[in-house]
Ligand binder design. Structure first.
Ligand SMILES: [Zn+2]
Length: 123
């Protein structure tokens, strides 16, 4: 089982018992190591560490990967979303593609609903 380090720049500054490590007499507060973390795609031990990272690095990350300079538009061509609903007896699910611009609904099979590559959106 490999342990990952929390990527929060200030993780070691939160003085919790579980962060205090090392031999008696020379213990230090250390960045958390975990086999699994649940925030920021498994990179952060807590929302606090995730937010610390965002506060310090968001501008650089956005500039690196591309800052939006124009608003994005949801149009008839890319407004299809998969949804499910229940029949009137609340016994059976049914699946639809719903276009939130035109309000058109098209039936889907459960297999199409679960297939992340199946889409009506034009890319
Ligand atoms: Zn952390």
């Amino acid at each position: 089982m490999s342990l990952k380090l929390c990527q929060g720049p200030d993780c070691h500054k939160y003085e919790t018992k579980d962060r205090l490590k090392g031999p008696a007499g020379s213990k230090t507060f250390q960045t958390r190591r975990r086999s699994k973390m649940y925030y920021g795609k498994g990179n952060f031990c807590s929302m606090q560490c995730y937010n610390d990272w965002a506060e310090e690095f968001s501008d650089r990350a956005i500039d690196h990967f591309g800052r939006l300079t124009e608003p994005k538009h949801l149009t008839e061509q890319n407004a299809w979303q998969k949804k499910y609903d229940w029949d009137s007896n609340y016994e059976n699910r049914f699946y639809v593609y719903h276009n939130s611009i035109t309000n058109e609904r098209r039936p889907l099979t459960e297999e199409q609903y679960r297939d992340s590559n199946y889409t009506l959106n034009e890319r």
